[in-house]
Design a protein around this ligand. Structure first.
Ligand code: CP
Length: 335
């Protein structure tokens, strides 16, 4: 399903600008199955060093706008853009006239005449990014919004593809908040046949209903299995992956002063490996050792969290290339 907004009529002056067709990534739902598979395969090729050194963004200007803090995603898209031949303009939280009341529609209209790609992290819902994408002249990439973190899910699947050589059939146990990382992961993994995704989220902190329902629908269609529970009883054994995220999701606070007590049983500890000795541990980072995961697990032999972090750049390169050039076969060397 493509959720692009309506294309606005351009002025004659705007139409003198030569823009190639663009693709937006605002939700995993924007990708059909073929695009999702292509992005994962291409990200894995960049990660493996088999994608060559293409420069599909040569001559492009990429805007990087982060209204919230970021270490990995901002660096991944900045470094990835430069490596693909683009030039960068970077905006921090205090830089745009959005702060002084300019509308998001006007912001997108102006930027789309000057930028080829806008990579944005906002505190809002996707409507703001959809309004920027409505121009259909500048590609818009969601680098995390309040509800979804689609480029994190692509990184995660790229990491799984590199580690296991497949996504199909993997058994994934997710512990922690049903946040934007969990939402995107659920939308992505339930597209793959044979995947079992079990979420154990603290009561009151589960996936938003729309994401839960969509993941369940997709699983029924694809042959995946999807469950969410709010306790730690009968945790499934023989998992391939145990995944968590930090308890204080970027840009959010928890009104309940006792939230730590609710989250405490969902901490990832070595005890989980008694039942799943072959599982790898994944974490989108940043981590808070002693909260969502013990240091023993995060820094232990099962952890691939820092490989996963590095794959953010490789996956970002696949996304940037796809936005400007469309799907590229994993091993193809573009000029
Ligand atoms: N995982 C993630 O999005 O990290 P940053 O917040 O550092 O970008």
């Amino acid at each position: 399903m493509n959720r692009r907004g309506p294309r606005r009529n351009h002025t004659p002056l705007e139409d003198t600008v030569d823009h190639r067709p663009v693709r937006h990534l605002i939700s995993i739902d924007d990708l059909d199955d073929a695009d999702l598979h292509a992005l994962v395969a291409r990200g894995a090729a960049f990660s493996a060093g088999t994608a060559g050194r293409p420069a599909p963004l040569a001559g492009d200007v990429v805007g990087i706008y982060f209204s919230k803090t970021s270490t990995r995603t901002r660096t991944a898209f900045s470094s990835g853009s430069l490596r693909l031949g683009a030039q960068l303009i970077s905006y921090g939280p205090d830089d745009l006239q959005l702060n002084t009341g300019e509308s998001s529609e006007d912001t997108g209209r102006v930027m789309s005449g000057m930028l080829d790609v806008l990579v944005a992290r906002t505190a809002g819902d996707p409507a703001e990014m959809r309004s920027w994408a409505a121009q259909d002249r500048m590609a818009v990439i969601n680098a995390m919004s309040a509800d979804e973190h689609p480029t994190q899910a692509l990184t995660d699947l790229t990491t799984l593809q590199r580690r296991f050589g497949r996504i199909e059939g993997l058994r994934v146990l997710y512990l922690g908040e049903g946040n934007n990382t969990a939402s995107a992961l659920a939308l992505a993994l339930t597209r793959f046949p044979g995947v079992t995704l079990e979420l154990r989220t603290p009561p009151g902190y589960g996936l938003a209903a729309a994401f839960r329902e969509r993941a369940a629908e997709q699983a029924a269609r694809s042959g995946a299995t999807f469950h969410e529970r709010h306790d730690m009883l009968d945790v499934p054994a023989d998992q391939d992956v145990v995944y968590t995220t930090r308890w204080q999701t970027t840009g959010t606070t928890k009104p309940d002063p006792n939230w730590r007590q609710v989250f405490a049983p969902f901490q990832v500890t070595t005890a989980l490996w008694e039942a799943s000795p072959k599982a790898v541990f994944m974490h989108d980072l940043p981590a808070h050792r002693g909260d969502e995961v013990t240091a023993e697990v995060l820094d232990g032999p099962a952890s691939i969290a820092f490989v996963q972090a590095e794959n953010k750049m490789h996956s970002a390169m696949a996304v940037l290339e796809w936005c400007r050039r469309g799907p590229v076969p994993a091993g193809e060397h573009l000029p």
